[in-house]
Structure formats: structure tokens, C-alpha cells
Write a protein that binds this ligand. Sequence first.
Ligand code: SAM
Ligand code: DTB
Ligand code: SF4
Length: 329
Amino acid sequence: MPKLETLEAIYRRPLFDLLADSRRVHADHWRDNEMQLCTLLSVKTGGCSEDCGYCAQSARYNTDVKAGKLMTTDEVLPIAKQAAASGATRFCMGAAWKGVRDGDAKFDQVLDTVREVSKLGMEVCVTLGQLGDAEAQKLREAGVTAYNHNIDTSPEHYASIVSTHTFQDRLNTIGAVQRAGMAVCCGGILGLGETETDRLRMLEVLCSFDPPPESVPINCLMPMAGTPLANTKPIDIFELVRLIATTRIVLPKAKIRLSAGRSLLSREAQALCFFAGANSIFYGEKLLTAPNPEADEDIALLRDLGLSPQAPYSDLPRPESLDPQPALA
Ligand code: SAM
Ligand code: DTB
Ligand code: SF4
């Protein structure tokens, strides 16, 4: 398990040496030239009780996001089918909640939606906030492949960004997800006023997970009007590339998702992130509330780079209910 000192030594090498190493590790662990395409859907938008300083969905800030109701299974299903038809191999549903509780009608509704979406052949990911063992077990039984719950930044910087829950609360939820046997999708956001060392501390915590995270979303802050971080400057591209390359070296089997903020990056910058080891993206013109590149721009970028979509469950246990393997659209 690499410690901060080791991570610093890897991260601060001359960039081309770092990239040569991360590329070698990538080639040893991943079939070349594959990119996972995940589609994101906000099934419950806005009105959240929490005060995460980056988030347009917090009810505490005056943002452009209008709070909505939880989408029904009938509303979600056609969108999930469309995502599968356009080539997405993972479908991620997000809710602007502090967390969920077993027995709550809204949680039952999410479980119903997961049961239906999981029949479509895509990996199913949800991000609903805090969970305990009972909720995690039910999500797994309903067909969730992976649970997304980010630590977002270092333990030291976390309290400057969020006051309504703690870093330890995040770790407790991740523990429940692991005990239930779901894959953990956990990463963070760059550009919250943290230092490069804070980012490596975050990575040190991710490396301490047992088992290691199945996927690591690396978000760049999308500055959202009305939030305390609305006027934050974008981070330097080489800092992003260095963090991706370091993550690839120390978590060789994790999917690294170049997540929020891609719409602010050039095609060349994205290509460099993919070269460094990012092998997953959100696909579709909207994240939860913020913009993402248009699907046809992404298809053109993948084509120009000679990358192809990764098949679902290519490195996860495939549910028995899903045989045989569906053809990719
Ligand atoms: N409420 C749940 C939670 O906080 O875990 C799930 C939804 S929350 C929006 C999921 C993740 O989106 C956050 O942990 C954060 O990493 C990311 N996120 C939210 N707003 C963002 C922004 N403006 N820029 C980049 N990433 C953001
Ligand atoms: C993650 O790490 N990034 C996604 C997903 N997990 C849920 C969310 C990005 C949100 C970007 C801001 C927005 O759309 O409001
Ligand atoms: Fe709520 Fe999640 Fe946004 Fe925090 S990040 S305000 S918990 S939706």
C-alpha cells in the first residue's frame, strides 16, 4: 500500500518518465484501446440538505438548479434503454440526497428502478449518499454492480468544503458497500482550493481500501453559479495528467474515469489524459446538472484516437440473469 512519500516521488518525476511508466502499467493490465462509456442520469435533482461547497444541488445555495421529484421507474427505463442503444455499457443513477434509509418508500422506488435497469445488460451504478449495511445489501440484491461514493479530497481539506457530514461518514458508507459485496466507485474532485499534496493524500486513502476501488472517478470542478466555489480557477492540465498517471501506476486494475469537467478540456488535453491511463468517460451531453461534451463529439474523438467502447462486465462478475452476452450497439 503506497504511502504519501512514495506517491509524491512518483507524481513529481519528469512528466515523460511518469507517462512512460503509467503507459507500461496500463498496457500490462488493460486490453489496449478500450474506453468504458457510462451514461449518467440524475433521478432526483436538487433540494439536497448538505452544504458541499462545489454542488449546485445543495438547497443552501441560490443556484440555477430547480429541485425535482424522484423519477419513476417508467420515466427512467426509456432513458436507460436509449443509453444502451447508443453504446453505453454502464448506467449510473444519481440522487441529491444526504443518504437513504431501508423501509423508506423512495428507497423502495429506487430498488424497483434498479431491478428493471439491471435487465438491460449494462453495468448498474448508483450514487444515493450515505448507506448502512441493510441498504447496501438491498441494493446489491436488486442488481447494483457498483456504488459511487466519492471522498472528493484529502481528509485534511474535507472540512473546508463540507460541514454537514464528515470524511469519516464517507468512509463508513464505503465500508457498508464493501461488506455487501458491491464494487466501490470512489474518487474526487480537483480544483477545490486543495494543494497537490492534498490530492495525493486522497489517493493514499483510496489505495488503503481493501479491496481497492473498482473505479476511480477524477472530476475537475465544474464551477457552478451560486455555490461558494463558483469563481474558482481551473486547475493546470499537467497536474490533472500527473494525477491520472500516478493513479494508474498505484491502482493498476481500477477503471479511471475522466469525469466532470471534460467539456472544459480540449481534445488534445483529453487524449493526454487517456494516454496517462484514463479509460472511462461519462457519455451523453449532460452530467447531473452540468454540461458534458456532445455524444457525437465523443464518438468522433474515440474514432480519431482509435479507441473502442469496452464491453460491459469485462472485468466484473457477470450476473447470471444476463446470459448470453448482448451485442454492442
Ligand atoms: N448526493 C450523493 C453524494 O454526495 O454522494 C450523490 C450525488 S453527488 C452530486 C456525486 C458527486 O458528484 C460528488 O461526490 C462530487 O464528486 C461530484 N460533483 C458534484 N458537483 C460537482 C461539480 N460542480 N464539479 C465536479 N464534480 C462535482
Ligand atoms: C462522479 O464522480 N461524477 C459524477 C458521478 N460521480 C455521479 C457527477 C458529476 C457531477 C457534476 C456536476 C453536476 O452535473 O451538477
Ligand atoms: Fe447533496 Fe451530494 Fe450535492 Fe453534497 S454532493 S450537496 S450530498 S447532492
